[in-house]
Design a protein around this ligand. Structure first.
Ligand code: MRU
Length: 356
């Protein structure tokens, strides 16, 4: 039997080859191509170009990437080693600004270096390898827990609308927003999913529709501007989305188009759930207004995915990759620790998350 997309690892380490191994997500669903990335340039570019994407997967890729940089570091003294580490860290951190998992993972790796000052350089490299693999492994258990908590909110025979791709392709396994659907399926629930295509990079069409179908889920693809109509038709019971950063007050930042969905949910009285691993919660950011929003090239809107350009040359384009949804529109945050509801500021503070 042919392997399906869920049988491939989204992001892993091949230590013998000193390579970060990813699926090139820009080619999906037409081609499944596995990339072995060895240099820092290749790894940074893969994150920037969304060959590996989705907040948790970016974090894991960065952790493995910085381990590979450290492995190649030939310094004999700690100070020299640390200087090289910082350089590589800053380089990888410059790949994308919004998903906090990138910085969370890199900071976690830096903590390992700083705690190892008195160790041999080889021992530090070994500790970094273990930490990168731990971050990767934790992502699986965290997503599984989010899936279990999220599935408790679902019911048999229901319909979920989702935006972008917050599935297995955005994580190591299960996903965040799609995890409740996969766990719901394990529980025997019949769940229909409506996937927004997610302009302009089409993560919903290319990735969510692809992985849901591969997993035997009843999936329907809609254009982003169809969401209101399917809600009006009373076809949607829940909206589940992932996120790239949660501020300390519960404002959430996710793929552009998410905040519009949240507004629609309020109008149509549909629960709007945000699946957020703790690696996505940034307690150092007070409100969503302080979250850096990535701006992407105009060509993604005008040219990419089309045979011919679809807009006049030189038209002004506004192409933010993410938007912020006010916490007042969020029905609940689903974390690995459980379901968090308003008041978000107080309830998020109770998690005592470390500030990386
Ligand atoms: O630009 P992308 O594809 O990296 O954006 C991804 C998203 O916005 C996801 O919804 C988010 O990272 C959550 S992934 C579990």
């Amino acid at each position: 039997m042919d392997k399906n997309i869920l049988d491939f690892e989204t992001v892993s380490l091949n230590d013998e080859k000193s390579a970060l191994v990813i699926i090139d997500q820009t080619l999906l669903p037409n081609e499944i191509k596995i990339l072995e990335l060895k240099t820092q340039d290749e790894i940074r570019e893969a994150i920037y170009l969304l060959k590996v994407r989705g907040a948790p997967a970016i974090g894991v890729a960065a952790a493995i990437g910085i381990y590979l940089a450290a492995k190649e570091n030939k310094s004999a003294s700690f100070d020299e080693f640390y200087r090289g580490f910082k350089e590589a860290k800053n380089y990888l951190a410059s790949s994308r600004p919004t998903a906090v998992n990138l910085f969370w993972a890199l900071n976690r790796m830096e903590k390992i270096v700083l705690a190892s000052k008195n160790k041999q350089i080889d021992e530090i490299k070994d500790a970094l390898r273990r930490e990168a693999l731990k971050i990767r492994q934790e992502d699986i258990s965290v997503c599984r827990k989010i899936g279990e908590f999220g599935a408790d909110l679902l019911k048999n025979s229901c319909a979920v609308l989702t935006h972008c791709n917050a599935g297995q392709l955005a994580t190591v396994k299960y996903g965040t927003a799609l995890a409740p659907i996969y766990i719901g399926k394990e529980r025997g629930y019949k769940i229909k999913v409506f996937a927004d295509e997610t302009r302009p990079l089409l993560q919903g069409a290319r990735l969510t529709a692809f992985e849901l179908s591969a997993n035997g889920i009843d999936a329907t693809l809609i254009c982003d501007n169809t969401a209101s109509q399917v809600m009006k038709n009373k076809w949607i019971d829940f909206v589940f989305v992932g996120c790239d950063r949660v501020a300390a007050n519960g404002d959430i930042c996710n793929k552009i188009g998410t905040s519009g969905l949240a507004v629609l949910c309020r109008y149509y009285n549909i629960p709007f759930y945000v699946c957020a691993p703790s690696s996505t919660i940034d307690m150092s950011i007070k409100t969503g207004a302080d979250i850096p929003i990535e701006q992407r090239p105009p060509s993604e809107v005008t040219d990419l995915h089309f045979k011919n350009p679809i807009a006049p040359r030189n038209i002004k384009v506004y192409n933010p990759a993410f938007d912020v949804t006010d916490n007042s529109l969020v029905s609940a945050l689903i974390t690995e620790f459980g379901i968090i509801r308003t008041p978000y500021k107080e309830n998020l503070a109770k998690l005592n998350l470390l500030n990386f």
